[in-house]
Design a protein around this ligand. Structure first.
Ligand code: MN
Length: 227
């Protein structure tokens, strides 16, 4: 049956060295997965279990995008993150088996309306509008898992050439396998799911006209320009 109206084409992510792309099913994000970032936000890491928020696939953008500055914020922040691209169905998967569910890895930007997040925290309200921002989930091309193993690679981001975040993947509190195993107790993970694994210390404000350049050694860079 014909649909009533057209929707924008969904964003699909290029795969390094291949002609096909990775369609996005859902976007999960891990909160406070680097102790130094939790501290800079005035929080402690919860070592009992990882926890999550989500972004809509409609908020996705690809590296290289030139997009309007976010609406309704005076404090828009960059967060550079390792992204896991899920390539298999995984439900209640063990930490040992979890890596088999990973299709590949990307560099990502979890763009955040920090002022709205602060208000949400004050009012004990959800973070949705702070985190689910149009063009605010930005992804580099995906490197297949056979070509990358997360360990202690450098993760960094610069704004207009000034380094703002510079850390190691070894600082993650919960490893990719631990995150997948835990998240798979809450959801049946499916191919197309993306997991943004949290950001290191050094998050900060961006302005209209800024160019944000993130990267993880061994993966493609993620670049976003705000107009
Ligand atoms: Mn984040």
């Amino acid at each position: 049956m014909p649909t009533l109206f057209p929707l924008p084409d969904p964003v699909t992510i290029p795969i390094v060295g291949e002609g096909n792309t990775f369609p996005i099913h859902r976007i999960f994000c891990v909160g406070r997965n680097y102790e130094a970032h939790a501290k800079e936000m005035g929080n402690e890491v919860d070592r009992a279990a990882p926890w999550y928020f989500t972004k809509s696939p409609a908020s996705a953008a690809l590296s290289g995008a030139v997009v309007p500055f976010a609406k309704a914020t005076q404090n828009y922040h960059h967060e550079v993150e390792l992204v896991l691209a899920i390539g298999a169905v995984a439900s209640d998967i063990s930490v040992v088996d979890a890596p088999s569910a990973i299709f590949g890895y990307a560099s990502g930007l979890d763009m955040t309306r920090r002022d709205l997040q602060a208000k949400s925290k004050e009012g004990r309200k959800p973070w949705c509008t702070a985190k689910d921002v149009e063009n605010g989930a930005v992804f580099s091309p995906i490197t297949r898992a056979v070509d990358f193993a997360p360990k202690d690679q450098r993760i960094h981001v610069s704004v207009n050439g000034d380094v703002r975040q510079d850390a190691s993947l070894a600082e993650m509190v919960w490893s990719p396998a631990e995150v997948i195993a835990h998240l798979s107790t809450l959801y049946t993970l499916r191919p197309g799911d993306l997991i943004m694994t949290g950001t290191p210390a050094g998050v900060g404000q961006v302005q209209p006209g800024d160019k944000i350049h993130g990267g993880i050694d061994g993966l493609s860079d993620v670049v976003l320009t705000l107009t």
